[in-house]
Ligand binder design. Structure first.
Ligand code: GDP
Length: 201
């Protein structure tokens, strides 16, 4: 029987895949993180798993170019997808990642939903909207983390959260919250959402 509670601190790195044939077997349940380079995706994964260096945080955007798998327990995993939109990446690499992410999201049967971190100062960029569109096409729930919310005041953050929610109000499977890895804000709320997704059928 699957546990009803997931202990995120148990997360451990399993493997990285560069090609579809290197993915782990398509069984159990996964929730994947996908975001624009440098939005704070690695920091969010580290905060959620309460580990300092599980996902590599880096000042060099676009360095994580593979799909990284982290096991939470025997049947549940977190997946770190390559950051998109790094302008300096060579075109052929960008195309490879785009195709790889698209095929993963469209075809992965054990994928229960996506966490999409976006910098609160620049949410819903064109590339973010393409990512959301892909998730909607795959009929997958999406949860947006408005990251680095410590950079804005409380009033401004909550007004942006409301704007984002309003813009996505036609997509009931898409939710959003405030998040700050630095201040550990929204970490419990994010865990709760991921657990809900991982335990959904
Ligand atoms: P990734 O490329 O999306 O994985 O982004 P990283 O997690 O490596 O973070 C990119 C940069 O944003 C780093 O310099 C982090 O220190 C910074 N950063 C990440 N999360 C936060 C946050 O919650 N608050 C602030 N102020 N900075 C953050």
């Amino acid at each position: 029987m699957s546990p009803k509670v997931i202990d995120y601190a148990q997360a451990r790195y399993i493997l990285s895949a560069h090609l579809p044939e290197q993915l782990l077997a398509d069984e159990g349940a996964e929730v994947a993180f996908a975001g624009r380079s440098n939005v704070g995706k690695s920091s969010a994964i580290n905060a959620i798993t309460n580990q300092n260096n599980l996902a590599k945080t880096s000042k060099t955007p676009g360095r994580t170019q593979q799909i990284n798998f982290f096991e939470l327990d025997q049947t549940h995993r977190l997946v770190d997808l390559p950051g998109y939109g790094y302008a300096k990446a060579p075109t052929h690499l960008r195309e490879h990642w785009g195709a790889f992410i698209t095929s993963y999201v469209m075809n992965r049967r054990c994928l229960r939903g996506l966490i999409v971190p976006m910098d609160i100062r620049r949410p819903l960029t064109e590339l973010d909207l393409s990512m959301l569109d892909l998730c909607w096409q795959a009929n997958l729930p999406v949860h947006i983390l408005l990251t680095k919310s410590d950079k804005l005041g409380r009033g401004k953050s909550s007004s942006i959260l409301h704007q984002v929610r309003r813009k996505l109000s036609n997509e009931p499977q898409t939710t959003a919250q405030l998040f700050s890895a630095l201040k550990k804000l929204g970490v419990e709320e994010a865990r709760k959402k991921i657990t809900e997704l991982l335990l959904s059928d």
